[in-house]
Design a protein around this ligand. Structure first.
Ligand code: HPA
Length: 280
């Protein structure tokens, strides 16, 4: 029988616990083109994924593949610089392992960022969206298989996956930066091909405001483990699938992610200091 998630987690944690320092309060996952946020971490301890026992290695373009642990905007944070995506071939359980490790390192909340296409015709490349909820169109769920009761429930409730109180704090933080932000629904797809125009119209009709290839797997795992989640999407391209739909390029996505990255950094600078210390 394959090794349990709990045993993998114990092993991963044991391999780095002596280097991780005091417990982190907040975990942050950085999306495509948003990795430079990790440079703002002070007194950073950097742990490459390759040095974490049993940990997958990120191969996505512009993703580094390391944990950066230190002080970020006054809070002790662990930053995952380099996301793991299903489209790279990782099993959903490889991705949830990373989330559980962030929790084990002390975090009680998880901030997820991602690059996403704008399904909503009111969204422009360079805009930021606070994630209210998600649609999981990946076809995968990281909790399939035996449940580790020590990690979470067999059937976790997902009705408030993105913590409404933290969403309000994020909206207030964005207000203080004078950044207008959207609030919307993130549709997660498997990738790596982008959606057809018909698929984009379908996702819009299904209630999606933005579409991307990450986040939903991590958020399911985070809710399972009892982490409070805040999500921010960098809208990197227009993805309405309408008659004026332009072809998308990775260059355009990364250039707009950089613009959004500055906005997201400004929002996090305001948000982190007011995130609750403990689970309420
Ligand atoms: N679709 C899926 N993922 C994405 C997109 C998109 O249009 N833009 C950035 N990530």
């Amino acid at each position: 029988m394959s090794e349990s998630q709990l045993s993998r987690l114990d092993r991963a944690h044991a391999s780095i616990a002596h280097r991780a320092g005091p417990p982190a309060e907040i975990a942050i996952m950085l999306g495509s083109g948003l990795g430079h946020l990790a440079d703002a971490v002070q007194g950073a301890t950097v742990i490459p994924y390759a040095e974490i026992a049993g940990f997958p290695l990120s191969t996505a373009p512009s993703h580094k593949g390391q944990l950066v642990i230190g002080s970020l905007f006054g809070r002790r944070a662990v930053v995952m610089q380099g996301r793991l995506h299903l489209y790279e071939g990782w099993a959903p359980r490889d991705i949830s392992l990373a989330v559980y490790l962030l929790k084990r390192l002390g975090s009680n909340s998880l901030i997820v960022t991602n690059a996403a296409g704008g399904l909503n015709p009111d969204y422009r490349p360079g805009d930021v969206m606070l994630i209210e909820d998600h649609l999981n169109f990946t076809g995968f769920n990281p909790l399939v298989g035996p449940n580790d009761d020590a990690i979470g429930l067999r059937f976790p409730d997902m009705s408030r996956a993105y913590d409404p109180d933290l969403l309000e704090l994020a909206a207030e933080a964005a207000d203080r930066t004078l950044q207008p932000v959207h609030r919307g629904i993130y549709a997660g797809i498997l990738g790596p091909s982008l959606e057809t125009s018909a698929e984009r119209r379908f996702l819009r009709a299904a209630g999606g405001d933005a579409v991307g290839m990450s986040t939903v797997t991590e958020v399911i795992a985070a809710v399972h483990a009892g982490l409070r989640v805040v999500g921010l999407s960098a809208i990197t391209n227009a993805a309405t699938g309408g008659p004026d739909q332009q072809p998308d390029t990775v260059e355009e996505v990364l250039a707009n992610a950089a613009i959004c990255g500055d906005k997201i950094e400004a929002i996090l600078r305001e948000l982190l200091p007011v995130l609750p210390q403990r689970m309420s």
